[in-house]
Design a protein around this ligand. Structure first.
Ligand code: GLP
Length: 255
């Protein structure tokens, strides 16, 4: 696992964009796994900027998002479909047919989850998966639990996740109680993983994930078992790590 500690959120976003750029330059038909939440917004801004400057081409890229709230339509401003469109897709030259997110309102949940896994496999698997981390150590919407689902599935959100995500809704009551998420097995099959975290309120989850025991009670700790993980943190999110030289690490060549 390679851990980079950036000065601040903007620097974290730029380093994340460098990692994506390097992988995309090496494989123009990249299969890219995407995350939502506040954390990757800066990364998407950087990638859009690089595209607008003519330095990135998404015309052959295929994307798969980690998750979507269950029950929300894709036009709902709180949906991850909407988020991705607003913050990334409509600004770049990605082909519509290459964009994939779990459906928020599937008729048949099991069939939709199986179809999502099949689409990932048909695309050749995910080359690079971008991840954020929840305050309870979740990734995607894989909440802490005695056992974790391996594949895309419907999940009940943990109370702390509902509380954390209430900031994006009018009230806590408006936050969906369920989501469809890639499973830990889907995520761990990605060839490379880029985990981003920013802010002091993520420091405990980051330390538990990177330096604590590998346990389903901290889903992100499973990443310790993956051979191709790059973690980019800002200083505040790295605060509780013992093994990392803050401000150290080897920067990607483009930074
Ligand atoms: C949500 C998403 C996750 C994300 C997490 C952290 O629950 N499903 O993919 O990583 O929130 O979000 P934020 O970056 O806003 O802290």
């Amino acid at each position: 696992m390679k851990i980079l500690v950036a000065r601040d959120y903007q620097h974290m976003s730029r380093l994340g964009a460098c990692v994506v750029t390097a992988v995309l330059k090496g494989k123009p038909n990249l299969v890219l796994g995407l995350a939502t939440g506040a954390t990757p917004l800066g990364l998407y801004r950087e990638l859009v900027k690089l595209y607008q400057e003519g330095r990135l081409d998404f015309s052959r890229v295929t994307t798969f998002n980690l998750d979507e709230y269950y029950g929300l339509s894709s036009s709902d401003p709180h949906s991850y479909h909407y988020y991705m469109e607003e913050n990334f897709f409509r600004h770049i030259n990605i082909r519509r047919e290459n964009i994939h997110l779990p459906p928020g309102q599937p008729g048949d949940v099991a069939a939709a989850c199986a179809a999502y896994e099949a689409a990932i496999a048909a695309a050749g698997g995910i080359d690079l998966q971008i991840l954020g981390i929840g305050r309870n150590g979740h990734i995607g919407f894989n909440e802490p639990g005695a056992a974790l689902n391996a594949r895309t599935h419907l999940i009940d959100l943990a109370p702390e996740t509902i509380l954390a995500n209430a900031r994006f809704f009018a009230s806590i009551d408006a936050v969906p109680r369920q989501a469809i998420s890639m499973g830990m097995g889907s995520i761990m099959k990605a060839r490379r993983i880029l985990l981003l975290a920013s802010g002091r309120d993520k420091a405990a989850a980051v330390a538990a994930a990177l330096e604590g025991p590998v346990t389903t009670m901290v889903p992100a700790s499973l990443l310790q078992l993956h051979p191709g993980v790059t973690v980019v943190l800002d200083r505040a999110a790295a605060e509780k790590l013992h093994s990392v030289v803050k401000g150290g690490g080897t920067w990607p060549a483009c930074c």
